[in-house]
Ligand binder design. Structure first.
Ligand SMILES: NC(=O)c1ccc[n+]([C@@H]2O[C@H](COP(=O)([O-])OP(=O)(O)OC[C@H]3O[C@@H](n4cnc5c(N)ncnc54)[C@H](O)[C@@H]3O)[C@@H](O)[C@H]2O)c1
Ligand SMILES: [Zn+2]
Length: 383
């Protein structure tokens, strides 16, 4: 029986991967996760996500920054699904060392451990969870100049309530295109930089060590189990905790900013399918729904499902480094993995809300997270 190590396997996406792997029953599953407080709370033993995987895997509580821990964890492992990471885009802009240490050194330890085992290592393939954030603003078209990969929007335009993306060459407003994997990468957060660095490390080291790899660029993954405690990520969780308290919601920018939401079960299925699908070896693959949904649309849908009396305020406030829009081109995932997003956004959201209603929600750290970002100049209130 082949062994799979899932780093970060107690997290949101990892726990769903472990659940599906366990149901398939074909592999021995090992999880390496340090159960960070930001995701699992002060008493991780009672963490929802961790409870979800208990008994379904061999669990190693440890930090990917610790070389000895990683070295032991990869013993006898055939496949590694590397998910352990710090994941907050805004937070990454001021917790710079922390993001580099976990995201870059964590992966570096895996290669160091493989290298020290020389020919005795058993690792055949590494699967990396990268992110759409590596594209930065993504792919656009200018009526005059053709394909354009714009840099971040200008903070002074945004401060004046203008959230449009303009062509840097001729100043025309740009039209969004679905982002293909060969699009230019242009990270505009430290988090995105670490994800691109991980990709590059995987490509370089797997090639040199003759290990197969697949790199996934996840879009906005959502679903049952996503952290309701982490105020730094996940608008569905943030909106839900506010809506359930009937607190008003600050919709950033003009509310039209959009994201590509993909359900966690679809993501996990595709990742698992890639383990033994040799056509995915050496490939970078977008995993999304292929459809963009605006933030105001999401807020309205959630408000209706919860029957909340919260008011939705479109404030023009914004976070520096946030992208305007995102839609992935998922042709490659369809072709190589027969990937089809099977959960519609409506069904996925209804299911998510049903789950949230049974959880302890807490939005007390949300305002604090905004003030923290405001102090570091990363969150700007519309004047
Ligand atoms: N959720 C998304 O929408 C999304 C989008 C793009 C990419 N990703 C990537 O997918 C992966 C999983 O994301 P997620 O949403 O499940 O995140 P998550 O925060 O729910 O899970 C991450 C897990 O890693 C663990 N972890 C963090 N630091 C660690 C360390 N130093 N050592 C060991 N374990 C550590 C945490 O305890 C947690 O269980 C991440 O690499 C993330 O960058 C996620
Ligand atoms: Zn132009």
């Amino acid at each position: 029986m082949k062994t799979i190590l899932v780093t970060g396997g107690a997290g949101f996406i990892g726990s769903e991967i472990v659940r599906q792997l366990d149901a398939i029953g074909k592999y021995k599953i090992k999880v390496l996760d340090c159960l960070t407080e930001q995701i699992h709370g002060k008493e991780p033993d009672t963490s929802y996500l961790y409870s979800f995987i208990k008994g379904k895997c061999e669990f190693i509580r440890g930090d990917v920054r610790n070389f000895d821990v990683v070295d032991n964890a990869i013993d006898g492992v055939d496949y590694i699904i590397h998910l352990a990471a710090e994941t907050g885009t805004g937070q990454s802009m001021y917790m710079i060392n922390q993001y580099n240490e976990v995201n870059i050194m964590g992966l570096s330890n895996i290669f160091q451990a493989i290298s020290l085992k020389r020919k005795k290592h058993t690792v055949q393939k590494i699967i990396l969870s990268s992110s759409r954030s590596v594209y930065g603003e993504g792919k656009y078209e200018c009526p005059n100049c053709g394909i354009i990969y714009p840099r971040s929007r200008r903070a002074e335009n945004m401060a004046h309530g203008d959230f449009t993306i303009y062509c840097e060459l001729c100043n025309e407003p740009l039209k969004l295109l679905p982002t293909t994997e060969d699009s230019l990468t242009r990270p505009n957060s430290l988090y995105a930089f670490t994800k691109l660095a991980q990709e590059s490390m995987i490509q370089t080291m797997c090639h040199a060590m003759d290990i197969d790899y697949t790199i996934f660029r996840f879009q906005n993954v959502y679903g049952t189990g996503q952290s309701l405690k982490n105020p730094y990520t996940g608008i569905l969780s943030i909106f839900s905790t506010l809506l359930l308290d009937n607190k008003d919601i600050n919709i950033f920018e003009d509310g039209k900013e959009s994201r590509d939401f993909v359900h966690v079960t679809d993501v996990a299925t595709a990742v698992i399918r890639s383990i033994e699908e040799s056509r995915t070896n050496g490939e970078i693959i977008n995993l999304g729904s292929g459809t963009g949904t605006s933030v105001i649309e999401i807020a309205k849908t959630l408000k209706a499902i919860y029957n909340s009396s919260s008011k939705l305020h479109i404030t023009g406030d914004f976070r520096v480094g946030d992208i305007a829009h995102n839609v992935a081109d998922i042709t490659k995932a369809r072709k190589l993995l027969q990937f089809t997003p099977s959960v519609s956004l409506k069904d996925g959201l209804t299911d998510f809300c049903r789950w949230v209603l049974g959880q302890d929600t807490d939005n007390s750290r949300y305002e604090q997270s905004l003030s923290e970002m405001e102090k570091s100049g990363m969150f700007i209130r519309h004047s």
